[in-house]
Design a protein around this ligand. Structure first.
Ligand SMILES: Cc1cc2nc3c(=O)[nH]c(=O)nc-3n(C[C@H](O)[C@H](O)[C@H](O)COP(=O)(O)OP(=O)(O)OC[C@H]3O[C@@H](n4cnc5c(N)ncnc54)[C@H](O)[C@@H]3O)c2cc1C
Length: 477
């Protein structure tokens, strides 16, 4: 056995070596006691399934871990990647078996969902029974949940004052990014046998996974594209957003790195509220906002509505309509093209997430939770807080949500945000012959061959939505 103190870093949603506080702290401690860092990743497919995690996201994680292992190997940090089962078995099946190697401490980034919190509390307490300390770092958000509060010490339920306070904190304390861990001496560590991490289905191959490529993508966006973000970000036919969400979701990149790079590349723009840089920063603040809300209101994890009275709405939940929505067969071209983007690429443009979510709830009258789950099962960037926040915003059931009587008209949204019909043509080739004027509503004369008749009448559906909401508004929850 190697006679060295082992500092064990348990990687989960922080699959990177730059700006990884847990790795950094372990590396510092190992330097101080002449020990070594051992990194650990445990795949938990059964728990992932319970979270309805998309196959493509699982594949991205698996590919990223394999590459991270070789990146860390350059620093002589071994990464043990184990194929496990579920959260409950992490300690007994893996961590406890590593302790005899000489583990002196565990380091990890904190996670906030209920099952994850339970998992980590269990591990921390079992380690403590062995007199092994564990260190948990709040790095999932730029401002840790619970750190941005009103003057009365309450959680903000509205985004704009949250953002104001968040920005004031940023101005005061800045943003800190941690250096990569130091290269350590190469050691031959003899590890117990574990089932090796399986490879995925390669469905995420369109997404590069080396850390430097991802950092480069982020840097290029901040240098060359962020100035156009304010005008380009709403048009799905334009590559006008960063496409970093998948990496932020699994932690190949941290939001702190994004903010720090943005400040470096676009300092002047950030002084103007309406600039692309300021608006992009706002999106990163939304990301923090929804995580703060999730931690403060655990009922959200249980899929309850933030506005409790809306849980009384008797959604008709017609399975045939849900099927048409999932498959992109509703007869509303912008909705169908968007759903096909999701089904074929695992990603959907933000404007389209808003349109399709609104359509499911307010045109098809299907419970937002059905859509939330479907999105999770398909999205490469599936993130509980952002997804739940987005769905509850669109469904008018959430905190600071769209008012229920503001109902997107899918045809005018389409005319506005895909004016030439370019995006629609890409995903619905059966409409490619339609002019820019006709493509948004191709049913004026007769529905084109190979396309779908509209499954609902928007104006009629709108009336029912208003009635469903009015009936519960003001009711005791
Ligand atoms: C119904 C619905 C469901 C959504 N589900 C998810 C999800 O599961 N995972 C997810 O990361 N985002 C989700 N979003 C938010 C948003 O659509 C995506 O973050 C964005 O489209 C990702 O593309 P991008 O990386 O190019 O974003 P950019 O426009 O470049 O934004 C930069 C980053 O900010 C964050 N961000 C942007 N918008 C939001 C937002 N509204 N809420 C929270 N964070 C945001 C993301 O991390 C994103 O990568 C959802 C939005 C809606 C309306």
């Amino acid at each position: 056995m190697l006679n060295k103190a082992i500092h064990l870093v348990w990687l989960r949603h922080d699959l990177r070596y730059h700006d990884n506080q847990a790795l950094f702290a372990a590396s510092q401690a190992a330097q101080a006691d002449n020990g070594m860092v051992l990194a650990l990743f445990i795949a938990t497919p059964r728990s992932w399934q319970q979270h309805a995690m998309a196959e493509i996201r699982q594949d991205l994680i698996r590919r990223r871990v394999q590459v991270l292992a070789s990146e860390l190997a350059e620093l002589n940090i071994p990464l043990l990647a184990v194929e496990g089962t579920d959260y409950a078995s992490c300690y007994d099946a893996v961590i406890s078996r590593l302790l005899p190697l000489g583990v002196v401490a565990l380091y990890a980034q904190r996670e906030y969902e209920v099952r994850e919190v339970k998992r980590d509390e269990l591990v921390a307490s079992k380690l403590l029974e062995q007199q092994i300390p564990s260190f948990w770092f709040d790095r999932l958000c730029v401002m840790p949940p619970g750190s941005v509060l009103t003057q009365q010490g309450d959680i903000y339920k509205v985004f704009t004052p949250f953002k104001r306070n968040w920005l004031a904190k940023l101005a005061m304390q800045g943003v800190e990014c941690f250096a990569k861990p130091a290269k350590q001496a190469a050691e031959a560590l003899s590890l117990p046998e574990f089932p090796a991490l399986l490879t995925g289905d390669n469905s995420s191959m369109a997404w590069p996974v080396t850390e430097l490529e991802v950092l480069n993508r982020m840097r290029t966006f901040c240098q060359q594209k962020v100035q156009d973000y304010a005008t380009a970000r709403d048009f799905p036919a334009i590559d006008g957003t960063s496409s970093l969400s998948a990496y932020l979701a699994i932690g190949v990149l941290s939001a702190q790195q994004c903010v720090s790079r943005l400040q470096h590349e676009a300092a002047q723009q950030l002084e103007q509220e309406k600039s692309g840089a300021s608006i992009w920063l706002s999106e990163l603040i939304w990301r923090d906002f929804y995580k703060h809300i999730l931690v403060a209101f655990p009922k959200l994890i249980k899929h309850q509505a933030f506005q409790t009275e809306t849980d009384h709405i008797p959604w008709p939940n017609n399975p045939a309509l849900f099927h048409a929505w999932c498959q992109g067969e509703t007869g509303y071209p912008i909705v169908d093209a968007a759903m096909r983007q999701l089904n074929t690429t695992g990603w959907m443009h933000n404007r389209l997430r808003m349109i399709t979510a609104s359509f499911l709830v307010k045109d098809l009258h299907i419970d937002w939770r059905w859509g939330e789950r479907y999105f999770m099962s398909k999205l490469i960037d599936g993130d509980f807080a952002a997804n739940n926040g987005g769905w509850q915003w669109a469904a008018s059931t959430g905190t600071d949500a769209a008012p229920y009587f503001r109902i997107f008209n899918p045809v005018t949204q389409s005319e506005r945000f895909d004016p030439e019909g370019e995006f629609i043509r890409h995903y619905l080739p059966m409409l490619s012959h339609k002019t820019a004027k006709d493509i948004h509503w191709p049913h004026k004369v007769v529905t084109p061959k190979g396309y779908f008749r509209p499954v609902v009448d928007h104006n009629e559906a709108r009336k029912l939505t208003l009635a469903l909401f009015s009936a519960v508004k003001g009711k005791e929850s």
